[in-house]
Each structure stands twice: as C-alpha cells, then as structure tokens.
Design a protein around this ligand. Sequence first.
Ligand code: 8YV
Length: 314
Amino acid sequence: MKPQILVIGPYPEWDMLELEKSYDVKKLYEASDRDAFIEGEAKQVTAIATRGELGASAELIAKLPNLKIVSVYGVGYDAVNLDACRERGIRVTNTPDVLTNDVADLGAAMMLCQSRGMIGAEQWVKDGSWAAKGLYPLKRKVWGRKAGVLGLGRIGFEVAKRLRGFDMDIAYSDVSEKSYAEGMTYTADPVALAAHSDFLFVTLAASAATRHIVSKDVIEALGPEGMLINISRASNIDETALLDALENGKLGSAALDVFEGEPKLDPRFLKLDNVLLQPHHASGTIETRKAMGKLVRDNLAAHFAGQPLPTPVI
Ligand code: 8YV
C-alpha cells in the first residue's frame, strides 16, 4: 500500500503525476468541507506536502495525529507553525538554493521595469500615445545609483551580485556583518540603510522577529525619490504605512511580489500609479518549479526510506 500524503494546494501536473506514482495523494484543496475530508479520508496521513505561502497551521497539524513530516515547496516556511511541529517532533523541510537565482532575477527585473516605466511605456505604444503625443515622459536611471539590501542571505547576496552589474553603490543590513559581502557597506540600522538607498530590496526570511521591520520610519527614510522592492514576505513590511506613504508621496514607488492576504490584496494598491504589482511569482519559472517539486519529493522519499532529509528546517 502506498503511504498517504495530504497535499494542501495544487502543484503543476508534472509534480502531481510523480507524487501519485509513490503516494496515495489526498487533495485538501479539492475538498468542499475540509474538516469532513480530514476526518473521513485524511486522518491517517503521516506527511503533508504544501507550498510556501500555504504552509500548515497549528489547527491543521492538530487534526492529524499521525503527522511526521511537512515538506514545503518554497524556501519560506513562515506559514508552517514550527512550534506545533517541534512539540510533536514533526520534521519540516523546504526548497532552498534551487530558487535563489530566479528570485534575485525577478527582483532586479522589477527594479528596472519600474524605474524605467516599462509598463506605462508599452501602454504608450499600444494606445497610440506615441504617435499622438510624441515622446514618452522621462524616467529615472538605475545604473550607478544607490541600493540597499535588507537581509544578505542567499537571495539578498544574489540580488547584490546583479546590482554590481549596474555599477551600483551597495549597502546591506543584517543581524551581523557578512564576510562574503565584499565591496558592500554594512549598516546595522534599517532606517540608515533606507536613508542611503535609492532602491531598497527586502530579501529577509520572514519570522515573528522581522514582522514590520520595514516600518513607517524605514519607508519615510527611503523617501519621495526612493523605491521599495519586496521579494520576501508581506509581513516584513508595515503595509498600511507603505500604502499611506505611496498615497501621500512620502515614498516614491514600490515594486511588490507579495501582499498581506494574497491573492486578495488591499484595494488601495489598485488605485496607485506608482506601484508595480506582481502575483507572487519570483520562483515561477518552469526550470525552478521543476527543481522545487523534485526537492519536495526527495525530502518525502528520504523520510519514508528512513534516510537523512536533504533540506531540513527542523
Ligand atoms: C512559493 C515562496 O512557494 O519560496 C518561497 O518561499 O514563496 C514561493 O516559492 C511559490 O509561490 C509556490 O507556491
């Protein structure tokens, strides 16, 4: 008999096919009554396969008395209740490294796209403004300007590498100075980092400790000419302060891949013309998502074979 696993949200078809070869897959996302589904069909599962943004809540974990492992498709595991897992010795795995370069690429692309006004520029061509009104309004340059990276982990470091290609003056904040941060200035205080920066990248792993680390003060220090780029988690930013600053001009602009309550977002975002809004797809390439899916399965396979987990969180 194949072991039962509970899948919280769908994966691409190639992953579902692979999972179904090895496991009796219980699809929570297809259940109209989730509690009844767990009681009736999924109570015996010993493994969860979930996505970064979906995680596994304490409430869900409590309903699965035999749960032994949560395998996350994503580097971020902030949506998994680690305390509930620790209490019961439940292992948690994620998919680091394989997505780092794609996430950094999207961050750099968002900076370029927003600073050079590429979305509006395409509209200018398509709606006939080019022919009717002439030249597109001038935008701000990227190369040679000042960048700040908040969180110089794997993703932050790859962002910084890309920014070097634009001859930018790069500073970073982290809990401590990093030996590998050659040519970058360390600034412990995020407000000072923002004050230095024309572009501030948020690349921190989210946790209770980093909640709203991008505060009203950080946002206002970035200022009316500054751009905030978030490719981490919405909880790292005080979203209300961000919306206020974007509306009243205290912050120049923002390029965001993540939102509180996503995929629904605060309707105030939709009224702004100084934002670039992306649907949480920084890791969303076929190549990377295939590698992430494989790592989710490799972790599950190692667990069921009693082997060391390839990428454990706990
Ligand atoms: C998502 C992510 O998991 O890596 C992360 O932490 O947020 C993403 O890769 C992805 O959107 C899949 O749902």
